[in-house]
Write a protein that binds this ligand. Structure first.
Ligand code: ADP
Ligand code: MG
Length: 404
């Protein structure tokens, strides 16, 4: 069954519509440092405001422990949202208390209020379903309808994601619709050649994705910290690079399965090896047979794919019709080790078919490197959620909206 969409909710003019967004953005000293997720919520919010709905935005931010904590206030997010909408936004200093009730009552048609962080209430993430339902019931009082649009949380059985959606009439917003449509194309009907690029820190985070996508793709390119477990599985000494020895057997299993299925697993041929894990560390380019033969010897740390690999990866990406990329190719947070990630990102912008960036750090990386979301076919706002979707898992926040 397909998702229920906004049209299923009928005419929303004058209706109070609660919208669950994922406005969990990075903050530094109370300033939003990457507003990607706020921007991603705009299409749905604008659509509802234009219909003359009274819009009540709810979201979490960070991981407060079920009680108010100023460090995780959504106030700066509401401020940024107001700037992006070009209209004032009301802000309620609590989620379900009198401030929230007043903010909602004060709304006129086509106006929007943001309620304080959902996770200031223990009911939001409670293990106990009755506690979650009680909190969802409080929230439900504020709305005539519910729009779920926080794609980043659809893999969570939280009150505002799951219970609320079955308490009042509900539908998916435009972001969730777009995300599921793209991820479905990646799993069910990819146009070939189909390349998956995996990086990031740990293989263990990506095992499910490798297992589920291996039978569906033409090739998997492996970079980032996880490349060293693959290289080690093939017998290359990797110095002090990130290595998950407990995954060596699993990785060997994938290499064997790929060979059997005629799927190419493309590993780096060269690596940038640093003396220390630091932005200003001295570093050299080493062939994969010589990772321990740089100036730092066996204490060298591989922090990026090398230039030869970057070119190979970029060519394979740019010549594919479908590409899914998750996980930076190196420690992009340090400029000296961002080139591999930059090359792959650049190649992804040239994909003629569908080029998708998935993963929280990957999305942040491409924006930090100066790309914009419009440069790519799609930038997923969901880290864990998009990975779980691609692992073939059932996501409670989608199932409750009719997805099967
Ligand atoms: P995503 O959130 O996109 O799924 P991950 O969380 O798996 O990505 O990984 C992101 C992190 O991986 C980044 O912080 C980056 O610094 C780190 N990383 C990439 N390459 C390496 C490497 N060679 N060694 C250590 N860490 C790495
Ligand atoms: Mg991450």
């Amino acid at each position: 069954m397909a998702l229920r969409t906004l049209e299923n909710l009928g005419d929303l003019s004058g209706q109070r519509v609660i919208v669950r967004c994922d406005l969990n953005v990075p903050l530094a000293d109370g300033i939003v440092t990457d507003d990607g997720r706020i921007r991603a919520s705009l299409p749905t919010l604008n659509a509802l405001l234009q219909q003359g709905a009274k819009v009540i935005v709810i979201s979490h931010l960070g991981r407060p422990e079920g009680a108010p904590d100023e460090r995780y206030s959504l106030r700066p997010v509401a401020q940024r949202l107001s700037e992006l909408l070009g209209n004032p936004v009301a802000f309620a200093s609590d989620t379900v208390g009198t401030a929230a009730a007043d903010a909602v009552t004060g709304l006129r048609n086509g106006e929007l209020a943001v309620l304080e962080n959902l996770r200031f209430n223990a009911g939001e993430t409670a293990k106990d379903a009755t506690e979650r339902q009680a909190f969802a019931d409080h929230l439900a009082h504020f709305g005539d309808a519910f729009v779920s649009d926080g794609f980043g949380v659809v893999h969570r059985k939280h009150a505002s994601v799951y219970e609320l959606a079955s308490t009042i009439p509900s539908a998916a917003g435009l972001l969730i619709s777009a995300e599921t449509n793209v991820l479905d194309r990646l799993t069910e009907r990819p146009e070939r050649p189909y390349t998956v690029v995996l990086g990031g820190s740990k293989v263990s985070d990506k095992l499910g994705v490798i297992a589920h996508l291996l039978p569906r793709v033409d090739r998997i390119l492996v970079g980032g910290g996880m490349m060293f477990t693959f290289l080690a599985a093939q017998g290359h000494p990797v110095g002090a690079s990130l290595l998950e020895t407990d995954q060596l057997e699993t990785v060997r299993g994938y290499l064997a399965e790929a060979a059997e299925r005629d799927v190419q697993i493309v590993l780096p041929t060269d690596v940038i090896v640093a003396e220390r894990f630091a932005a200003d560390s001295a570093h050299t380019v080493q062939g994969i047979d010589a990772i321990e033969q740089g100036p730092a010897g066996a204490s060298g740390i591989g922090l990026d794919i090398g230039p030869e690999t970057a070119t190979t990866f970029a060519d394979l990406v740019a010549s594919s019709t479908t590409v899914f990329w998750n996980g930076p190719m190196g420690v992009f947070e340090f400029a000296a080790f961002a080139e591999g990630t930059r090359s792959v990102a650049g190649a992804l912008t040239r994909v003629a078919g569908l080029g998708v960036v998935g993963g929280g750090d990957s999305a942040a990386a491409v924006r930090a490197l100066g790309f914009t979301n419009d440069d790519f076919g799609h930038v997923s706002t969901g880290g864990g959620a998009s990975l779980e979707f691609l692992e073939g898992k059932k996501l409670p926040g989608l199932e409750v909206l009719g997805w099967q």
